[in-house]
Ligand binder design. Structure first.
Ligand code: AHM
Ligand code: MG
Length: 280
């Protein structure tokens, strides 16, 4: 596990450098989900693959930016799914972006998810790693990651980050979000799940939602390398998560780029989501 964390740290340092200094234009290529890739998406994917190929304990990788799995060492233990540059459409407006990693032991089945990590490239570079507790580090000028604190969520938060096109929300979903605003919750939504979830985690709690909508019944966010790593992190930090009907950590993806509706937050808000969705 240490070897994988070190590979993520090396990749994060290189990705930070790419973001700070390199070309941000579009490529001519699309990824497996049909998004037109930025040159940066492709570069950051190569960086991750290169760093993971140096980790002998990695068996197979899956990247948002590649259509197929890449097998590295068939005898090795860990399977790593990642989004090398999540929120990359925010690069041209200079908002925070991130990388997300799910680390699985033995297969990409959700029961084998044993650790999760994300990196936020904001004014500072911060790395959150969930394995035996959820721990935050930040990148020092000398290239080392320094421990900052353990992260735990409060029972109830004050923020909400409601994703998806509102026009296409179900009426009960809109009513639930409106209800939170009526209770005094404040809006925080940048369009990057890494900084949006990072804010909720570090400010004690709240609700991030990306529901199924009439145009996208299975939501937008991908299971293996977006929704499940955050489900793991929020659960370990003392919060909760759901896809509306089930615990996200009990449902397997059928295809490596499958998406799911997802909700992450403190216990209070997730109990509300489960209650509202159970009645539909
Ligand atoms: P990406 O992987 O193509 O960058 O898309 C994922 C991002 C998430 O970071 C974010 O929560 C979501 O897309 C925002 O979507 P929307 O623009 O529909 O609010
Ligand atoms: Mg993404």
């Amino acid at each position: 596990m240490k070897e994988i964390l070190n590979a993520i740290e090396r990749a994060a340092i290189r990705i930070r450098e790419e973001i700070d200094t390199k070309d941000i234009g579009y490529s001519q290529q699309q990824n497996a989900t049909g998004d037109t890739q930025l040159q940066l998406d492709i570069k950051c994917d190569l960086v991750c693959e290169e760093e993971f190929s140096k980790a002998a304990t990695i068996n197979t990788i899956v990247s948002e930016e590649q259509a197929h799995k890449v097998v590295m060492n068939t005898a090795s233990q860990y399977f790593v799914a990642f989004d090398p540059l999540d929120g990359s459409s925010l690069i041209d407006v200079n908002l925070s972006v991130g990388s997300i990693f799910g680390i699985y032991d033995g297969s990409f089945d959700v029961k084998d998810l044993v650790a999760a990590c994300y990196v936020v490239y904001g004014p500072r570079t911060e790395l959150v790693f969930a394995y035996e507790g959820v721990v935050k580090f930040y990148l020092l000028q000398n290239g080392e990651f320094e421990f900052v604190k353990n992260i735990t969520l409060d029972e109830k938060g004050k923020l909400t980050a409601p994703g998806g096109t509102q026009q296409n929300w179900a009426a009960y979903h809109k009513e639930m979000i409106d209800g939170l605003f009526q209770e005094g919750y404040r809006l925080r939504y940048s369009g990057g799940m890494v900084p949006d979830l990072h804010q909720i985690l570090l400010k004690g709690g709240g609700l991030f939602s990306y529901p199924g909508t009439s145009d996208k019944p299975d939501g937008k966010l991908r299971m293996l390398y977006e929704a499940l790593p955050f489900a793991f992190i929020f659960t370990m930090a003392g919060g909760d998560q759901t896809d509306g009907k089930n615990d996200l950590l009990t449902v397997d993806a059928k295809y490596i780029h499958d998406t799911t509706p997802c909700f992450f937050g403190s216990k209070y808000e997730i109990a509300r989501v489960k209650d509202v969705y159970a009645r539909q």
